[in-house]
Design a protein around this ligand. Structure first.
Ligand code: NOJ
Length: 560
């Protein structure tokens, strides 16, 4: 397997709106990120992934772009961006941009032209269809609820929007549109950016028949995903992107891909395929989902989580590459979801970090994860800002009759706003995020959980992450070693090994608040062991300890 810098890197995701506000308007900005580069350098991350910073009316916080080549007013100017890019490079780090090309904003000039007339040269840049029997062209549901089609009076046709009504889908069947995207991508790469995280990139190719999807029991709309996920021309499109643009640069790519299987991922990330470096799969995030997706928030078993993650590890071994993540701007905080954000917050946040960073793949850290930031539980729906949360509340409570309490509990557990409350920098006003009024409420636990405090405490989650990153730089086995799962059915312990040549790494993680006993395979006991990292005090020894794992304990050994 080829050695590359992006396999050896750790990526840190910045959600600019919530990271650091430099001018007191309550919204994070580029100058704010610049102020915090020393912090990121201290943590030791290699690549910064910036969620969209382009001009946008912010229907979906920048994932609705109205100009790909200018900066969102609230975030600053192109000069600010250029300064940030140079400062990041001066520190030996890289910047990965978010590339949102499945859709634009409905305020993008292309869409304004497209909607103006059926004869406009840009009409075909988007997906327009006449209605069927006075209704939508088909029954597809939008990811953000309601129909995926919006009627436009001006030309008496509907346009497709798989996300919000203000996010019309681009028509990748149109070669001219593809050319426009490629020249925009080149423009950013020539400016010196180091890669792209590609938003819902496996949605690009739609089955041109636009057939109705199945309607699940009790639902109003159909599931169109079989007709747009990993669609008929997707590999052709991505190979074209690669040939026309990416292959001329040494950059990193990751495709966000809901509904992708490990077999699909082999096609998307195979080294001989010329498509992408890695994908963000969703299977481990979708655990506990039901007919209403994440809002059902059902119980999950550790064996299922291990089954999913190890399936991905095994399938991509030697033939592809994994991304590793627990968190991003769309997911609840991992310590609240898979750990314990009360009594064992620190222990469980560290255990989750070790469990993820020792897997094979490129790890991603989402801002605040390195502090063990937790979910938020705003009391009323009015305090939420996320369009998906608001639309889902409206539909499930007002149309489907869910009791408000049930929906609020689901929102507390799973809303995207859990990830979007401001970064907690210190114990000052608004957690040091802004001197103004923050665009979304700050988590009240900031006096306890904040970067300044974490930095000054050598036992903190921050320093644990820092050490994990350093270990990756010191031991090739952490990057390139083969993965093997131990005790797949154990409902308390996630244990696995990595193997490279004569070396092994043994990873033991207790996912529960009780002690756990594990039988370690005898052949591992006979090897000389060094504890690389752990989250409890541990007596010095040169063998693997057979003591039970304490609540949320993790131990990572190097064995020779
Ligand atoms: C995935 C992004 O991560 C999410 O935040 C966004 O709402 C959708 N794609 C639509 O762009």
């Amino acid at each position: 397997m080829e050695k590359t810098w992006w396999k050896e890197s750790v990526v840190y995701q910045v959600y600019p709106r919530s990271f650091m506000d430099s001018n007191g308007d309550g919204i994070g900005d580029l100058k704010g990120i610049l102020l915090k580069l020393d912090y990121l350098q201290e943590l030791g991350v290699d690549v910064i992934w910036l969620s969209p910073v382009y001009k946008s009316p912010n229907d979906d916080n920048g994932y609705d772009i109205s100009d790909y080549q200018s900066i969102m007013t609230e975030f600053g100017t192109m000069d600010d961006f250029n300064r940030l890019l140079s400062a990041v490079h001066e520190r030996g780090m890289k910047i990965m941009m978010d590339l949102v090309v499945n859709h634009t904003s409905d305020e993008h000039p292309w869409f304004l032209a497209s909607r103006s007339s059926v004869d406009d040269p840009k009409r075909d840049y988007y997906i327009w269809r006449p209605g069927k029997d006075g209704k939508e062209p088909n029954n597809w549901e939008s990811v953000f609820k309601g129909s995926a089609w919006k009627y436009d009076e001006g030309t008496d046709e509907y346009y497709l929007h798989l996300f919000s009504q203000k996010q019309p889908d681009l028509n990748w069947e149109n070669p001219q549109l593809r050319e426009e995207i490629y020249s925009m991508m080149k423009w950013w790469l020539d400016k010196g950016v180091d890669g792209f995280r590609m938003d819902v990139i496996n949605f690009l190719s739609k089955d041109q028949r636009y057939m109705d999807g199945n309607i699940l029991d009790g639902k109003q709309h159909g599931d169109g995903s079989p007709y747009f996920l990993n669609g008929p021309r997707i590999h052709e499109f991505l190979q074209e992107v690669n040939q026309r643009v990416l292959s001329d640069y040494d950059v990193m790519t990751v495709g966000e891909m809901p509904g992708v299987s490990p077999d699909d991922a082999v096609l998307y990330t195979g080294e001989d395929r010329g498509e992408l470096h890695m994908v963000f799969q969703f299977e481990h995030m979708d655990i506990g989902g039901g007919p209403e997706g994440k809002w059902n928030n059902e119980k999950w078993d550790l064996s299922d989580l291990k089954g999913i993650l190890s399936k991905w590890q095994y399938r991509l071994e030697e033939v592809g590459w994994n991304s590793l993540y627990w968190n991003n701007h769309d997911q609840p905080r991992v310590v609240s979801r898979f750990g314990d954000d009360g009594e064992y917050r620190v222990e469980s946040a560290k255990m989750l970090a070790a469990c993820l960073h020792m897997l094979k793949g490129t790890p991603y850290i989402y801002q605040g994860e390195e502090l063990g930031m937790t979910n938020i539980a705003f009391e009323s729906i009015e305090e939420y800002r996320d369009i998906e949360t608001m639309n889902s509340y409206e539909e499930l409570v007002n149309t489907y009759g869910w009791p408000k309490e049930k929906m609020m509990a689901a929102i507390h557990a799973r809303s995207r706003d859990n990830a979007r409350t401001p970064m907690q920098w210190n114990d000052g006003r608004n957690a040091g995020f802004t001197t103004g009024t923050p665009w979304i409420g700050v988590n009240a636990n900031y006096p306890e959980i904040n970067a300044e405090k974490a930095y000054n405490d050598h036992q903190s989650i921050f320093h644990f992450y820092k050490k994990l990153i350093q270990l990756r730089k010191q031991h090739d086995i952490i990057v390139y070693g083969r993965f093997d799962l131990l005790c797949p059915d154990d409902e308390q312990i996630f244990a696995y090994t990595r193997t490279l040549g004569e070396e092994k790494v043994l990873v033991l993680c207790n996912f529960k608040g009780q002690e756990a006993t594990l039988t370690i395979p005898t052949e591992l006991h006979s090897l000389k062991a060094t504890l690389l990292i752990g989250n409890y005090e541990q007596e010095e020894s040169d063998t693997v300890s057979s003591e039970p794992l304490r609540p949320y304990e993790c131990r990572v050994y190097l064995l020779k």
